[in-house]
Design a protein around this ligand. Structure first.
Ligand code: ZN
Length: 160
């Protein structure tokens, strides 16, 4: 059963509350994570405790236990001149790394007018209720080294 320091291999599909698929491991390698180490969002971890191999879990995670609520401070309105010649390439929906005092932050352009560009540094899933469908493929005990590092080693994990 899944508990603290389990290494869990699982397939998952993530949808929003309208049923749109946001992310999925289908057709890809399964996700491998170390339970209790913050490798996946806390709201999903909580609902996987006690599950076992072969279980299918439907888990609904609130924004508070998912990617948080959007923060106004991460939305910035910037004059177009700030982009220099690059402004010709800027369009709504474009993603790029913004240089900030805290280092590069991934942002998305959410609006533009004649003079200004609105960029949003919130996580794309902030404010969303997350609907997971998870199937548990494998569970094993973590090694002492994995627990110390806070992540999984070997297949699907860190190779070092
Ligand atoms: Zn490691």
């Amino acid at each position: 059963m899944i508990k603290e320091n389990s290494v869990v291999t699982m397939h998952y599909e993530l949808k929003d509350s309208e049923g749109e698929v946001l992310d999925s491991s289908k057709g890809q390698d399964p996700l491998v994570y170390l339970h209790g180490a913050g490798n996946i969002i806390v709201g999903l971890e909580e609902q996987l405790i006690g599950k076992t191999v072969g279980d299918n879990v439907a888990a609904i995670v609130s924004p508070e236990k998912g990617y948080g609520m959007p923060v106004d401070a991460l939305v910035q309105i910037v004059p177009k001149e700030a982009f220099g010649e690059e402004i010709d390439k800027v369009e709504v929906g474009m993603k790029f790394q913004a240089e900030t005092e805290q280092g590069p932050v991934p942002v998305v352009v959410t609006a533009m007018d004649e003079t200004m560009v609105t960029v949003d540094g919130n996580h794309p899933l902030a404010g969303k209720e997350l609907h997971f469908e998870v199937s548990i493929a494998e569970i094993r005990e973590a090694s002492a080294e994995e627990i110390e590092h806070g992540h999984v080693h070997g297949e699907g994990g860190h190779q070092h």
